[in-house]
Design a protein around this ligand. Structure first.
Ligand code: AMP
Length: 397
């Protein structure tokens, strides 16, 4: 089956066409600046150069129409006609407590996703616009929704409840949901496989470290805890996000800086994290470069990041009463040997030993712990699009 995977943001749309039998990516690309001037399509059929074309995209509907035109084009297309696209898999950010699994999209499903809009006001409406536009242009093609939050729905109340009045949970769904679920699901399953363990009998910690970062504890195939919360602001230090902070500090800063709540949230989401501490950049590579040249704040930013990752992993080992495998994934987790090495130095108490030669690898699936290490540590490149294509194929076959 040819699956079109769509990840729709408010002004962008990423896509891939994946053959679900061979798992080959036939084409990929993105539409940028939807609803603005100079909107463009970036399109890359497998084995060919990327092609960028400026095209009018007043709405997502025109963007998807351009994608379909490119995919079915006589010269550069990868399918002869639209009828060769068997299904569409849509990434949906927030499924609240309504979706613990991927689902075939129906009107009822769209309504239920709309009911979660308040939980992800920037993302869910964009996801729905993408679904509606695709439905219009591809009538009769089955569509599947794959949720970022679904994998974490197996958490117990002890892991997801906040210490706030229970009525906020009951009335508004205030609780931890977690994100990057598609990545955590993909990587934890692969980690068990690589470790030679059954997924149903394996304790794994997945460190998804990228511009946004989160960690999950996966015990016997089920997520038992994760570091992001009601929103993706909680937990680790990130590119521009603060991660966990004493809520009391917010009132204090707002008074001192004469800020309102919206301004405070902008600071926490856009001006904090690596960028906020280092003052250099939100990009880990830049911060690592500055630290290597002796920049004190860049060094501190990296230390805060590594320390939080190590502490969170430790708490998840405690929660699961042990760990068999630790996996590093996403931009930093897959590429930064120094970050992985520095984090793993905290894990001596677990009997973890790192093979620094193996660790000096970028973006490849590889065991980086020594044969004597008590816990296996892997780099596992994540592949959310493939996971979405697999789930879509499974549901529509
Ligand atoms: P992602 O959000 O998963 O795309 O990850 C983006 C993050 O990965 C950015 O902070 C990048 O600086 C970081 N990254 C990518 N390549 C490297 C590298 N070679 N070394 C360190 N960080 C990297």
């Amino acid at each position: 089956m040819n699956i079109l995977v769509i990840n729709c943001g408010s002004s962008s749309l990423k896509f891939q066409v994946i053959n679900s039998e061979t798992e080959e990516v036939k084409a990929s690309g993105l539409c940028e600046r939807i609803g603005m001037d100079e909107s463009r399509l970036v399109y890359q059929p497998a084995g060919c150069e990327k092609e960028k074309t400026v095209l009018p995209m007043p709405t997502h509907k025109e963007a998807i129409a351009h994608v379909i035109n490119a995919l079915t084009d006589e010269k550069k297309g990868v399918v002869k006609s639209l009828s060769e696209i068997d299904a569409v898999g849509h990434r949906i950010v927030h499924g609240g407590e309504k979706f613990a699994k991927s689902v075939v999209i129906t009107e009822e499903v769209i309504k239920a996703v709309e009911e979660c809009n308040d939980l992800a006001p920037l993302h869910n409406p964009a996801n729905i616009i993408g679904i509606r536009a695709t439905q219009e242009l591809m009538p009769g093609v089955p569509m599947v929704g794959v949720f970022d939050t679904a994998f974490h729905q197996t958490m117990d109340p002890k892991a997801y409840l906040y210490g706030t009045p229970y009525e906020y949970y009951e009335k508004y769904g205030v609780r931890k949901y977690g994100f990057h679920g598609t990545s955590h699901a993909f990587v934890s399953a692969r980690a068990a496989e690589l470790a030679g363990k059954s997924y149903d009998d394996c304790k794994t910690v997945v460190c998804h470290l990228g511009n946004g970062s989160s960690i999950s504890a996966v015990e016997n195939g089920k997520c038992v805890d994760t570091s992001m919360g009601l929103t993706p602001l909680d937990g680790l230090l990130m590119g521009t996000r603060s991660g966990a902070i004493d809520p009391g500090a917010l009132e204090y800063i707002m008074k001192k800086e004469n800020m309102d709540y919206a301004q405070m949230m902008t600071v926490l989401n856009k001006k904090s994290g690596f960028l906020g501490i280092s003052g250099v950049s939100s990009d880990c590579r830049d911060v690592e470069g500055a630290a290597a040249e002796g920049n004190k704040r860049a060094k501190e930013a990296i230390e805060v990041f590594n320390y939080r990752v190590a502490k969170t992993v430790g708490s998840y080992v405690a929660a699961m009463n042990g760990v068999d495998v630790i996996a590093f994934t996403a931009g930093i987790g897959e590429n930064s040997a120094t970050t992985r090495s520095a984090i793993c130095k905290y894990f001596g108490y677990l009997g973890i030993e790192i093979n620094e030669e193996a660790n000096n690898t970028r973006g490849e699936e590889i065991l980086i712990s020594t044969p004597d290490s008590k816990v296996k540590v892997f780099i596992i490149p994540t592949n959310e699009e493939l996971k979405i294509a697999r789930e879509t194929a499974e549901l529509v076959k």
